[in-house]
Design a protein around this ligand. Structure first.
Ligand SMILES: *Cc1c(COP(=O)(O)O)cnc(C)c1O
Length: 228
């Protein structure tokens, strides 16, 4: 299968999931996750009409996307991996959406850089819905307060919430929890769902699904949890 054929199939499945959930067409955005894949694979997706991409490491994205953004107007780049505060400068300069705000130190670093650079990427708070010790994200019990603190203490508008469910659990429970927390926090976006479960996520209100291997193929090496 080519990237173009994969994309066509994923778009059809997203449209079907939107219809099944009684949601408007286009209400779930496909973020094509290109981590570990070379720029030419991204070019193939761009040729097939894809404009929204996700990367999980700042450094890898810096190696690929400045050239791609220069070639094609209107690309939208999402950071979906953990962010260290010492990379806030590069992240604010390159990314249009950052999904992984999860502590005050990062919120403060992003706020300072956004002011300094005059750039305002959209921000999501990552929630560790499975409360896994090795995983990034704010605990669910603290998520609503943290969104308020981002706004009131750090002056940051938060667009939504993001989660990565534990691999060995029913993702629907985690998607439902994220949807509920987003409602309580008063934020619109829900970034949830990957290659194996994006239709379930759309049924639970996902506004952004992050799909990698179903678009680009099997990754050469695992990269999901490496820090930026
Ligand atoms: C890699 C990654 C994805 C995409 O995973 P696939 O199973 O390949 O679709 C989604 N979200 C995050 C945070 C990732 O790191």
């Amino acid at each position: 299968m080519t990237v173009a054929a994969n994309l066509a199939e994923i778009r059809d499945r997203i449209a079907a999931a939107e219809r099944a959930a009684g949601r408007p067409a286009g209400s779930a955005t496909l973020v094509a996750v290109s981590k570990t894949f070379p720029a030419d694979d991204v070019r193939a997706a761009i040729a097939a009409g894809q404009r929204v991409f996700g990367e999980n490491r700042v450094q890898e994205a810096e190696g690929k996307f400045p050239a791609l953004k220069a070639e094609t107007a209107g690309l939208e780049l999402h950071l979906i991996g953990p962010l260290q505060s010492n990379k806030a400068r590069e992240a604010v300069a390159l990314f249009d959406v950052i999904h992984t705000v999860d502590r005050d130190k990062i919120a403060a670093a992003l706020a300072a850089e956004m002011t300094r650079q005059g750039r305002a990427p959209k921000l999501l708070v990552q929630v560790n819905t499975g409360e896994e010790p090795q995983k990034a994200g704010i605990p669910p019990a603290e998520a609503v307060d943290f969104v308020a603190r981002c706004r009131d203490v750090h002056g940051l508008a938060i667009a939504g919430l993001m989660c990565i469910p534990p691999v060995d659990e029913n993702p629907a429970l985690h998607f439902a929890l994220l949807d509920e927390l987003a409602g309580r926090a008063g934020v619109a976006w829900r970034s949830m769902g990957m290659s194996g479960d994006f239709e379930t996520a759309i049924a639970h209100g996902a506004t952004h699904v992050r799909v990698g291997s179903a678009v680009f193929g099997v990754r050469p090496r695992p990269a999901a949890e490496q820090p930026s």
